[in-house]
Design a protein around this ligand. Structure first.
Ligand code: NZQ
Ligand code: ZN
Length: 387
């Protein structure tokens, strides 16, 4: 285990009706609030009315940025910064999933940045010197954004989807009420389950051999997805299933699994480029790519990790090491397929002639991945296999 500093500063308010604590949680930050949300879902479930009533009743003044799209665009961020400056916003409340939260985080950082916020994605994490406080109300499970300092934004003009990371972007509080997820479509629930699964795998498949506690926690999060994912799909109003998945999602990407070890993130790197070019749902892209990444990086040197995965996660106890590894990969692919997700890039609109461009963009001048380093040729092969 390597040395690390651990900080998870987000206050989590988990359970039914925790929304009632919203005004109290906002008190330390001021009276002028920007509420950021997506299209229709929060109005349909009555959450919009609930929030605005609570704010008004507590003399909090609110402004709105609505229409934030899945794979949130830099243009929404620009719009949000403008509102914050014009109306002297003190605090941002993001109501939605990863897209809305990431948009809110980038607005929070961009508010203090004098030039265009897209610069922040090229300048590196230290360019963020300050950020408005944000709180979140989660309505869809998967991204883990509710408890971390990451934000991922798309620029459709440059066909890029890039991330920033900074502790200043961690939400001050997050309200996690699983009942808000009861109306999420099965397609989106499935994508969220894969996103959680992938966040765990990106940290589990690591060249750091001494990470016993991190690996066992990771396996228990994967087992939770395998147990409760299909239940949530079948019965979206099953509170226990949605609650288990919601908390697993937050734990999967709040730092708990990654501290003290090296982590991979190659599959996310590849998927973000596919999403940027084809506007694919993040979890769908991951479900297609992950088994192909696994098959590609499996070799004599990496086999030990796949054996650990096959035995501890999929309970494959028979056969030689190679068979266990291969069966584990097959089970992973079947799990994603049974969630109703496409299995090829072609099905989500990707064409062969674009693959070379994509690989070039993904790798640029340096290799990606830490469990197994991948150059352009490797990434291109994974994309071709996934097509
Ligand atoms: O726009 P509305 O009408 O709200 O509909 C949304 C949206 O279409 C819908 N939805 C949300 N709550 C609902 C609901 N529908 C019915 N009932 C509800 N209660 O769900 C759709 C998808 O929302 P989105 O926020 O895009 O989903 P998710 O949470 O999966 O976020 C995906 C984004 O997060 C990024 C992804 O790249 C992607 O852009 N990620 C962020 C990370 C982070 N910040 O740490 C890490 C991840 O790896 C990921 O990259
Ligand atoms: Zn993800």
């Amino acid at each position: 285990m390597f040395d690390f500093n651990y900080m998870v500063s987000t206050k989590v308010l988990f359970g039914r009706n925790k929304i009632q604590m919203l005004p109290e949680e906002l008190k330390p930050y001021g009276k002028r609030i920007l509420v950021v949300y997506g299209k229709r879902s929060i109005k349909k479930i009555g959450l919009y009315d609930l929030i605005t009533t609570l704010l008004a009743r507590n003399s909090l003044v609110y402004y709105e940025l609505s229409g934030v799209q899945p794979n949130p665009r830099i243009n929404s961020v620009r719009q949000g910064i403008k509102i914050c400056r014009e109306y002297h916003i003190d605090c941002i409340v993001a109501v939605g999933g990863g897209s809305v939260i990431d948009c809110a985080k980038t607005i929070a950082a961009g508010f203090y940045y004098e030039s265009d916020p897209w610069d922040l994605f090229h300048l590196g994490d230290s360019a963020i010197k300050n950020a408005l406080p944000i709180g979140t109300i989660l309505t869809v499970t998967g991204s883990g954004s509710e408890m971390n300092g990451n934000a991922v934004i798309s620029n459709m003009e440059t066909e890029q989807k890039l991330a920033i990371h900074n502790d200043l972007l961690r939400p001050r509080f997050s309200i996690l009420d699983p009942t808000y997820t009861f109306t999420v479509s099965t397609h989106q629930i499935a994508a969220g389950i894969v996103d959680i699964f992938s966040h765990v795998l990106e940290q589990y498949f690591s060249p750091t051999r001494e990470a016993f506690v991190q690996n066992r926690i990771a396996e228990s999060l994967l087992l939770t997805c395998i147990k409760y994912g299909p239940i949530a799909l079948k019965e979206p109003t099953n509170y226990e299933a949605q609650a288990q998945l919601m908390w697993t999602s937050s734990l999967a990407l709040n730092g708990l699994l990654g501290y003290g070890k090296i982590t991979d993130w190659a599959t996310h790197g590849i998927e973000h480029a596919v999403s940027a070019a084809y506007d694919v749902i993040h979890g769908v892209g991951l479900a297609i790519l992950t088994p192909h990444w696994m098959n590609y990086v499996l070799n004599e040197e990496t086999n030990y990790k796949f054996v650990e995965y096959g035995k501890n996660v999929w309970n494959i106890q028979e056969g030689n090491d190679y068979t266990v590894a291969k069966k584990g990969i097959e089970k992973t692919q079947r799990f994603f397929k049974n969630l109703g997700i496409p299995t090829t890039l072609r099905e989500v609109g990707v064409t062969e002639k674009k693959l070379n461009d994509l690989a070039e963009k993904i790798v640029m001048h340096k290799e990606i991945g830490k469990f197994k380093k991948l150059g352009k040729k490797d990434v291109l092969m994974i994309l071709k296999n996934a097509l």
